[in-house]
Design a protein. Structure first.
Lengths: 361, 320
């Protein structure tokens, strides 16, 4: 219980420091940080805007925010699952692309009815991402190749190969992206008209909540979760205790890749309906920040995503209102990431202060 | 054809090599450095900006802006590397996480600043700083030698700079007491500490060296392959050079070999696409060659890697 409080405290400190640093940057650029931050809330449908276009309301913005949030939940869970076993999966972008591309080509361009197409998209994307994860895990356990290096290499390999196929076969000549998939296989019910307003219903969001609960159950209540945590805490000790370390590495990377594939499905076959060639989705990297701020616990990740994604989602609206480049959102994310990377240091300072406080009484 | 492969291969291998030497410095001192990618990008940004501004004050034929760019890229990379050093050495952050964080921040910061500065200072909405490609030089005489002559034909001036610096840093690492201290910091920091040398100071200097050399590499890529600074500079060359130094067993000369393999594989691939008359989208397939090669090489070499013994561990005096 006490440990959880400390994790929350560190996360809050990291976010506040990041936001403060961002505010300083805005002040240097002679912009008002308070109104810029309020713009972020408005852009995510958490605060009312001054005026809305026809068919739009705060709630339709919010529904689109949930749609945007869903891939991040999966991606951050993917980071957490690997991190529990002491592995750093920075290849989520590549796993997202692989899973999503396979699902797009195999299902998205077909004409299956929605009842069949949607589950198939989920299965194929999960399998595609999972296979990439298992490759990374295999290279790590069999050949001792740093998972960071191999996952980055696979990111670029996946990105270039997919961009090759998109450019040669599936390109939309106008948008220069892959052709849009059919609505039947899309995981988001896009711009549905209800009571005069248009909403995006993210079906993947329900799946993400289920995934959070499942991962939580695996870690807290199963032998598998215990073994993964043991491998993460001390690989040699785990081996000595009879845990099959190589199997654990494969499993955790496979599971992580599977979640990465689902992130890809909900992003490229949900939030968007096409893939941009040669671009690695930033969700895969931002997920590291979300996971660290969330203390790599499934529930923590839910809250961390909910708060941090406001910055990314609201940035477009903020950019148009405040005249700031939308990229400042990534800078603020980076700063939050920076402070949460120092979490053990912050934690040490906090607990030392506590001990000293007790001593003086 | 072989001549073109050598010429283009070397102009890619050498920046990769100098960046890998930076990585060797940092890692031999015990600081895992995945931040090379961000360091080269940040260095290139600072250099490109300085070169662009200098270019407005000198004539089109002047070489001064390019020299200014090179110098500022080195300084910029060095300054930004302090962040990684601070996180790893002072704040005792996980070195792998710190490296990745430093990269993500560099990417965000430089693309944001490029856009902001273009709009507010130069009054143009643009996400890049145009630099152009450096003029190439052919060494008279030497370039006439068959095959080997290609190494002296159409070279970028920075290639000579890199070779001079590489010789210097090789000497510094293997033949001076500073180099000995640096290598000791990565293998047995406690012994170094007992000998009265400040381990943290050595590690700070080593990381700064990696920042300086990566910045140099970054501006070389900006002045050759991309002809500009933009977000496109982050295509994983930093990680390639890490693979090269692992392949080279954390030693400078074998690492040069690895970098040359990457460079030649890349330029040979381009030549093949051109010779077969394939459409330009096929170059995407060539682009994966260095990455695939990295994975294959690591499969054969990572198992018996000779990594510095204390690599990745923050030095804790109290544990001595």
């Amino acid at each position: 219980m006490k440990k959880r409080n400390e994790t929350v405290l560190v996360a809050v400190i990291a976010v506040i420091l990041g936001l403060l640093a961002g505010a300083v940057m805005m002040l240097i650029l002679k912009k008002n940080p308070l109104s810029a931050y309020y713009n972020l809330l408005q852009g995510s449908g958490l605060a009312p805007k001054g005026k809305y276009a026809g068919g739009k309301s705060m709630f339709s913005d919010f529904s689109s925010y949930i749609d945007f949030l869903t891939p991040m939940l999966f991606a951050a869970l993917a980071v957490a699952v690997a991190l529990k076993a002491g592995l750093f999966n920075i290849g989520i972008s590549g796993q997202m692309l692989t899973g999503a591309f396979l699902a797009t080509v195999l299902v998205g361009y077909g004409n299956l009815p929605a009842v069949l197409a949607k589950p198939l998209v989920i299965l194929i994307a999960a399998a595609g991402g999972g296979v990439v994860g298992i490759i990374i895990g295999f290279l790590k356990s069999r050949f001792n190749i740093s998972e960071v290096v191999s996952s980055i290499m696979l990111n670029y390999i996946a990105s270039y190969i997919i961009s090759f196929f998109i450019n040669t076969r599936y390109v939309d000549p106008v948008s220069r992206q892959s052709k849009e998939i059919g609505q039947a296989s899309r995981l988001t019910l896009h711009q549905v008209l209800v009571g005069g307003f248009r909403y995006d219903f993210a079906l993947g969001f329900i799946l993400a909540i289920i995934a959070i609960l499942i991962v939580r159950f695996i870690f807290d209540r199963t032998v598998l979760g215990y073994e993964l945590k043991a491998v993460g805490a001390n690989r040699e000790a785990a081996r000595y205790a009879g845990i099959r370390v190589n199997r654990s590495i494969l499993l955790s990377m496979g599971l992580s890749g599977l979640l990465g594939g689902l992130a890809g499905a909900t992003y490229f076959l949900g939030y968007t309906a096409s893939i941009q060639p040669k671009v690695l989705p930033s969700t895969g990297f931002d997920a590291i920040a979300v996971c660290l701020v969330g203390g790599s616990s499934p529930v923590g990740i839910f809250f961390a995503s909910f708060f941090l994604e406001i910055i990314e989602k609201g940035s477009t609206y903020m950019s148009s209102q405040a005249g700031l480049e939308a990229e400042i959102a990534s800078v603020i994310m980076g700063l939050i990431l920076l402070t949460s990377a120092c979490s053990s240091f912050i934690l040490a300072k906090v607990s030392r202060r506590r001990v000293e406080g007790r001593g003086s009484k | 054809m072989i001549q073109t492969i050598i010429i283009n291969g070397m102009s890619f291998s050498l920046p990769l090599f100098i960046m890998a030497i930076g990585g060797i410095y940092s890692e031999r001192s015990g600081v895992t450095n995945l931040a090379l990618e961000g360091l080269q990008g940040f260095g290139a940004f600072v250099g490109a900006l300085a070169g662009y501004i200098a270019g407005m004050h000198f004539g089109a034929d002047s070489r001064v802006p390019q020299a200014v760019a090179l110098l500022f890229a080195i300084l910029g990379g060095m300054a930004y590397s302090l962040l990684h050093a601070l996180l790893c050495i002072h704040f005792r952050a996980d070195m792998v996480i710190s490296g990745v964080v430093v990269n993500i921040l560099a990417m965000a910061l430089t693309t944001f600043l490029t856009k902001s500065i273009n709009r507010t200072v130069f009054g143009a909405a643009s996400n890049k700083i145009d630099l152009g490609v450096l003029p190439r030089i052919t060494v008279p005489g030497l370039s006439k030698i068959p095959v080997i002559g290609a190494f002296f034909t159409n070279v970028y001036p920075f290639e000579a700079v890199i070779i001079v610096i590489a010789v210097f840093v090789w000497y510094l690492l293997y033949r001076t007491s500073f180099g000995l201290h640096l290598r000791a910091a990565g293998d047995n920091p406690a012994a170094l500490d007992a000998a009265g040398v400040d381990v943290s100071r050595i590690r700070y200097l080593a990381v700064m060296m990696s920042g300086a050399l990566s910045g140099l590499a970054g501006i070389c890529f900006a002045y050759s392959i991309s002809a500009k600074f933009s977000g496109d500079i982050y295509v994983g060359y930093g990680y390639l050079s890490i693979a090269a130094l692992i392949f080279g067993g954390w030693k400078i000369m074998p690492t040069l070999g690895a970098c040359m393999i990457f460079g030649f594989a890349r330029s040979a691939g381009y030549q093949i696409v051109q010779k077969l008359g394939l459409p330009s989208s096929y170059s995407d397939l060539v682009m994966i060659l260095p990455y695939v090669l990295t994975l294959l090489l690591l499969v054969f070499l990572a198992k018996n890697s000779q990594a510095p013994k204390a690599l990745g561990e923050a030095y804790d005096k109290s544990k001595r």
